[in-house]
Ligand binder design. Structure first.
Ligand code: FNR
Length: 378
């Protein structure tokens, strides 16, 4: 049995357990994957200040994101098709996050529905919205998120047009997956994954199937999805969504200080500095490299969060030190899920929490709320 010490160990196990088609879907970035790599590598360039002989007892990672208490400033990012990493993936990840006291964000493009996740959790989760051309469907999703008592809407702004991922094209992956003999072979080599999946066939893209116009089953979902992302999305639409939702709103996919200023003007509660995990504009800078400029531009007006490339608790701490109020992990929890289901998500969170706690102490801090740029070495 492989010893699991860090997120990379979970990734190695997930690679062995999840069919290549779906593992690659998680582990891919757009085009050359340069931005995907930069997200991780740029964290390594940031060095921490070691401090000694500071009282390190009674440490706390507790803080808040958009006014909601979190046991540590790490939320689970919205990820499409999470239920393909592991049967009932969204439901299991939501339960793990709930038990841990951190937010779970359900993607519009999830396998399990808003209602499925609500049925297995007792505390509110967050819902991520893609604004589709079919605005009636968007309104219906907002109403469903309200009915499920979701406590924040995460509106994704950086996917008006879909970035191209070579791994997915080479594997012939589409959303929803259209199974070919090659795919069936990829699945057959992961019998354990298949056994778990067998019982869950009824749960597929349930946020959309049966709700969007003309999408009564999976086959019609394919053409609907292809034409639904809206290249004309504008700041006016953001205002419209804000009004219709009426609750806490987080704008995801801001990577430029000018856009951050526009976002702050909408009166949203937070922005997420993000390049969609390097899955959209390849060649864009890493999220962490843009954080300081965005914090300078808007942090006095709006809460700034960050995602992209976080693979350890040290990375979280660096983002917090540079001005983020909270962070999100995408692939780290997907690797945990693919490796070991719910237990694996909990383990991913445990690894990150432990690394953050020890690092914080060795930087001479006892509370995450006291961490600032002074822990970064020049
Ligand atoms: C994503 N991401 C994403 N974002 C979003 O707003 N809606 C979505 O449906 C998805 N789907 C999705 C699928 C997969 C497999 C990945 C890896 C990512 C982006 C996600 O929310 C987040 O921005 C990144 O995952 C953060 O980078 P890391 O933590 O994966 O490096």
């Amino acid at each position: 049995m492989t010893q699991i010490l860090d997120i990379h160990d979970l990734k190695a196990i997930a690679r062995r357990r999840v069919p290549k088609l779906f593992f690659d879907y998680a582990d891919s970035g757009a085009w050359t994957e340069g931005t995907y790599r930069a997200n991780e590598e740029d964290f390594q360039r940031i060095k921490l200040r070691q401090r000694v002989l500071v009282d390190m007892t009674d440490r706390s990672l507790e803080t808040s994101m958009i006014g909601q208490k979190v046991s540590m400033p790490v939320a689970l990012a919205p990820t499409g098709m999470t239920g393909m990493q592991h049967a009932d993936g969204e439901m299991l990840a939501a339960q793990a996050a709930e038990a841990y006291g951190v937010p779970f964000t359900l993607s519009t493009m999830s396998i399990c529905s808003i209602e499925d996740v609500a049925s297995v959790t007792s505390r509110p989760f967050w819902f991520q919205l893609y604004v589709m051309r079919e605005r009636g469907f968007v309104l219906d999703l907002i109403d469903r998120a309200k009915a499920a008592n979701c406590s924040a809407l995460v509106l994704t702004l950086d996917l008006q047009i879909l970035g191209q991922r070579h791994k997915d094209l080479r594997n012939g992956l589409s959303a929803p997956p259209r199974l070919t003999p090659k795919h069936l072979w990829m699945m057959a080599t992961r019998p354990r994954w298949c056994m778990k999946m067998l019982g869950t066939r009824r749960r597929t893209f349930r946020n959309i199937v049966g709700h969007a116009k003309g999408v009564t089953e999976l086959s019609s979902l394919h053409s609907w999805t292809a034409e639904q992302f809206d290249p004309q999305l504008s700041w006016k639409d953001v205002e419209w969504i804000k009004e219709r939702w009426g609750g806490p709103l987080i704008l995801k996919g801001i990577l430029d200080p000018e856009d951050a200023k526009m976002a702050a003007k909408t009166g949203a509660d937070a922005i997420i500095v993000s390049n969609h995990g390097g899955r959209q504009l390849d060649g864009a800078p890493s999220s962490i490299s843009m954080l300081p400029r965005i914090v300078d531009a808007v942090a006095h007006q709006i809460e700034v969060h960050l995602d992209g490339g976080i693979r350890s608790g040290q990375d979280v701490l660096k983002a917090i030190a540079l001005g983020a109020k909270g962070t999100y992990i995408g692939r780290p929890f997907l690797y945990g899920l693919g490796a070991m289901g719910k237990e694996g998500v909990t383990l991913a969170l445990d690894i990150i929490r432990k690394e953050m706690d020890v690092t914080m102490a060795l930087c001479g801090k006892r509370r995450i709320t006291d961490v600032g740029p002074e822990i970064i070495a020049e």
